[in-house]
Design a protein around this ligand. Structure first.
Ligand SMILES: [Zn+2]
Length: 161
């Protein structure tokens, strides 16, 4: 079996093990591209911890940060299913070389739904594509005399950008 296929298989194995442990069916393996070293493995921890952000990808990124590694440059990320919008956003911040997913959102959707009142697996990306005023999650701008003050302060403290 090619190394690549091993990481794919491992992502699924982590998800299956997690279901066996009472968790949700998602796993993530982060591999350093050059060495092929597995830097971290993680499974979704939402059911175990009650932390709604403890998806496998986020958990993997946090574990690496605890070890002093910020960002996933030079890494490939193997996941059980195409990332949800939260994890996709986190992966855009982390900037790996590539994401390899096993199941598509449609394949996942045939079996899994997490009961969110604002969105569903099938509509989550459409929701993000709407203008803010049309999204299901209510949001409005608060009144403040100087909304840009924190960002001006930041720019002043970091003149190099
Ligand atoms: Zn996620």
């Amino acid at each position: 079996m090619e190394q690549h296929d091993r990481y794919v298989a491992r992502a699924v194995e982590l998800a299956l093990e997690n279901v066996g442990a009472g968790g949700k069916p998602f796993g993530c393996v982060v591999v350093e591209r050059g060495s092929g070293e597995v830097l971290v493995e993680a499974a979704n921890q939402v059911a175990q911890t009650g932390d709604l952000t403890a998806h496998a990808e986020i958990t993997a990124i946090r574990r690496l940060a605890e070890r002093g590694r910020t960002g996933l440059e030079g890494c490939d990320v193997y996941v059980t299913a195409y990332p949800c919008p939260m994890c996709l956003g986190a992966l855009y911040y982390a900037q790996p070389e590539r994401v390899v997913y096993v199941a598509t959102r449609e394949q996942e959707d045939r079996h899994y739904e997490d009961g969110n009142r604002y969105t569903s697996l099938a509509t989550f990306y459409d929701e993000y594509a709407k203008p803010a005023s049309e999204r299901n999650l209510p949001a409005e701008q608060g009144e403040h005399p100087d909304p840009e003050a924190p960002f001006r302060a930041w720019a002043a403290a970091h003149p190099e950008g």
